[in-house]
Design a protein around this ligand. Structure first.
Ligand code: ADP
Ligand code: ZN
Length: 738
């Protein structure tokens, strides 16, 4: 365990450097000079400092930078009552900022995203489950009790509980009067329930034994190690890495498991509770402010042993982090594409290296980067071969759509239809997969050919019958379905083209009028909780045919499912995206992994017009290593990541002219890039050239591995002055080319 060390301390009036959480352009650096406050301060202290007329949050970063007459410096307002930021966190933020070319102030904001940092611990009025049932169980009352039961143990403030349950506060007050809900004053920020690493003895089996031993050993050793844990869905990856978590808990260190989706978190929490006797602390966008405040502090003082969270949990101030697990490490949601652009998986590896923690990257279909890192020995690799128990990987087949006869307004081939019919007759479940939300991706005027687009983005609007509106999947804008063509003014000619899951559902209902059909698409559920409930009901057998988008591909367990039909396996094969093949491969493998989880074998069938395409063949053949090798070789020859380096520059502004001019100027003044042998491509309109009314222009920088890319890009962009309203964002290691 790394200690905080004897931090430097400054007496009142001495000049110190404070990293602040707001940026003031390039003229001021990220660390500003102040005088230490009355009573002095220490390295890492969270402080409130005056800046202009305001007070902002900062962290004592070191000695002052100097250069300003100390007599003119203002003093730190006060030192906040929270544990100081640790050395390792400061170096993590510095290095993450340097790597992503993000201002330190913005990185620091990610690390201080907890409410009430500036208010001292105290008590507050909270509500929790009492005894008995309400005299009259109204829907609103039941809802409140459900929320309290669902979040077992956690307490809520009145406002939080009302919001979470969707009821008025008077409903809760009523329940308090009858004693069903308890109202009490509780100290804020109490530690989380202790977890018992040995609450349950798990017997690993087969490959799991060696993998578990290896992970436990690296955690016990205590330093940095990185391991790729690869195994098909259901092979026991979670079971294995929870053993590493157990070892981490035994060592008295903290563990962090990152998960890509809120929907997964609840399933996961229950499972952890069964294994360790208590739930881990949760961190994601659905967590209340009160709990965030508590978790931030408990991470800092050791009162949270185990945190399960979304990507931003990586910025919690852990006291002694022994293990990080990145589950579903290939998932694209780890890449934050707006604001601070970073890849949580990569930053997790950086954090583990700095903190001396073990890191486990778990996936059935790892990213090519991780696969290569394991192949070159940078990471260890553990493989779980078979699925746990009797379940086997499904049999995978292609349906050659060139040989199937079906009208242009239908998408389910006769072959797939027959297979679904067999499952319905046998009482088994089928999943029909289409990665397209909504009813129809295009709305076309049959008179003039106009396709309805978003007024603010260069994107077509997608019909959502469920909402009875058209929606832009880029900016979320919606509008009513036009009766009259917006272009030629002819009425009654607007028609949907192509399928989305909602339209597919109509086809399924028409083909199987007696089957129970469920559609799983993220936009059809008001909340993650509603989605989770639906998923649980389906898993328990509440549907015969499930129609779903990619949300079904992510780790849910459907034991009765024996058939997966992929409507358009070609979707995604033809992108300009460098990762198109990799993504398609991963998605198809994950979807296929849904079939045959319990004791019945599964079949996955993919409708394709290109059964001989190398990606489709690799999926069907199940020869993953061959797929990765071929894909890696193609990237190596092209000199693209992970064999070369790339960065995207996105310029955006309200007028297209100045944005393009700036792009052209950058392309001309490429001296700093040429100095490291890098090339610049563009400017070109970004694939979605307009988003929310802003025009977007893109440049792409390509360099050899091992060059100082970030320094060159900084020097390069520093040459130009950004006109008002024009923003420049740098995306190091771009994932998508949007
Ligand atoms: P993955 O994370 O690879 O999808 P899981 O860890 O979720 O796999 O395992 C799949 C299922 O098999 C789970 O229900 C899990 O509880 C069960 N399982 C896996 N390994 C074991 C084991 N050694 N003992 C008991 N149950 C196991
Ligand atoms: Zn739009």
């Amino acid at each position: 365990m790394k200690g905080q060390g004897v931090g430097e301390v400054w007496q009142a009036g001495e000049v110190i450097g404070v990293a602040v959480t707001e940026s003031f352009g390039r003229s001021l650096g990220p660390v500003l000079d102040y005088r230490a406050p009355e009573g002095g301060c220490a390295l890492g202290d969270f402080v409130e400092v005056p800046l202009g007329p305001r007070k902002i949050l900062g962290v004592v970063w070191g000695v002052g930078v100097g250069g300003i007459d100390p007599a003119k410096l203002r003093a730190v307002g006060r030192v906040l009552d929270v544990p100081p930021m640790r050395d390792e966190m400061r170096s993590f933020l510095t290095r993450a900022a340097d790597y992503t070319l993000t201002p330190l102030s913005a990185m620091l904001r990610l690390a201080t995203r907890a409410p009430g940092l500036d208010s001292p611990p105290s008590t507050r009025r909270v509500y929790r489950l009492g005894a008995g049932d309400p005299a009259r169980a109204t829907e609103a009352r039941t809802k409140v009790l459900e929320v309290l039961r669902d979040y077992g143990g956690l307490s809520f403030t009145l406002a939080e509980l009302a919001a979470q349950a969707g009821v008025t506060t008077s409903v809760i007050k009523g329940l308090v009067t009858s004693g069903v809900v308890l109202e009490e004053d509780a100290p804020r920020d109490v530690p989380y329930p202790r977890l018992d690493p040995d609450a349950v003895v798990v017997r690993l089996a087969g490959d799991q034994i060696g993998a578990g031993d290896a992970l436990v050993a690296s955690v016990a050793l205590g330093g940095f190690s990185a391991t790729l844990l690869k195994g098909v869905t259901g092979s026991g990856k979670t079971e294995v890495y929870l053993e590493a978590v157990a070892e981490c808990l035994r060592a008295g260190r903290q563990a962090l498991v990152l998960l890509p989706e809120i929907a997964l978190t609840s399933e996961f929490l229950t499972r952890v509770e069964a294994r360790f006797g208590a739930r881990p602390a949760e961190w994601h966008s659905g967590v209340t402010m009160t709990e965030r405040r508590r978790l931030w502090r408990m991470a800092a003082n050791g009162g949270a042993q185990f945190v399960a969270g979304a990507r931003s949990a990586l910025f919690l101030p852990f006291q002694d982090l022994g293990l990080i697990v990145v589950d579903e490490e290939h998932d694209s949601s780890y890449k934050q594409e707006e604001g601070v652009i970073y890849n949580a998986r990569d930053m997790a590896v950086l954090r583990a290296a700095i903190c001396g923690s073990a890191i486990v990257l778990a996936s059935a279909t790892p990213s090519l980067e991780s696969w290569v890192n394991a192949a070159t020995g940078k990471y260890g690799r553990l493989d779980l071969g078979a699925r746990f128990g009797v379940a086997e990987m499904p049999d995978m087949r292609a349906i050659d759509m060139r040989a199937e006869k079906l009208p242009s307004t239908r998408w389910i081939s006769p072959t797939l239809e027959r297979e679904v019919a067999k499952r319905v007759a046998a009482g088994e479940q089928s999943l029909i997969f289409l990665n397209r939300r909504g009813y129809a991706p295009v709305t076309l005027c049959r008179a003039c050919g106009e396709q309805v687009g978003c007024t603010d983005c260069d994107a077509r609007m997608v019909e959502h019958r469920f909402l009875n509106r058209l929606m832009c999947h880029q900016c979320g804008a919606t509008r009513a379905m036009p009766e009259v063509c917006p272009s030629c003014q002819v009425a009654g000619k607007m028609a949907p083209v192509g399928p989305g899951v909602e339209r597919l559902a109509e086809e399924v209902v028409a083909l199987f009028p007696d089957a129970r059909v469920a559609v799983l698409s993220s936009d059809l559920f008001g909340s993650a909780r509603a989605l989770k409930e639906q998923i649980e009901a389906i898993a328990a057998g509440a549907a015969d045919i499930i129609i779903g988008t990619q949300i079904v591909a992510k780790g849910h367990n459907f034991p009765l499912l024996t058939l997966v039909g992929v409507i358009d396996a070609d979707l995604g094969l033809t992108g300009s995206d460098l990762r198109a093949a990799e993504r398609t491969f991963q998605l198809m493998r994950q979807v296929a992994g849904r079939a045959g989880r319990a004791d019945k074998p599964g079949v996955a069938m993919m409708q394709t017009f290109q059964p001989e395409h190398p990606v489709i063949r690799a999926i069907l053949g199940g020869d993953e290593e061959a797929f990765w090798q071929a894909e890696a070789e193609e990237r190596r020859v092209a000199g693209v990541p992970p064999y070369g380096r790339m960065a995207g520059i996105i310029l955006s502004g309200p007028e297209v002219g100045p944005v393009f001019e700036l792009g052209a100027e950058l392309a001309r003044r490429d001296g700093p890039l040429r100095a490291i042998g890098a090339q610049v491509f563009g400017p070109a309109p970004a694939p979605i050239a307009r988003v929310r009314g802003r025009h977007r222009v893109r440049l792409l920088v390509k360099a050899d591995k091992g060059v100082a890319l970030q320094a060159a890009i900084s020097a390069w962009v520093a040459q130009v002055r950004l006109p008002n309203n024009v923003r420049l964002a740098v995306d190091i290691d771009p994932q998508s080319f949007l």
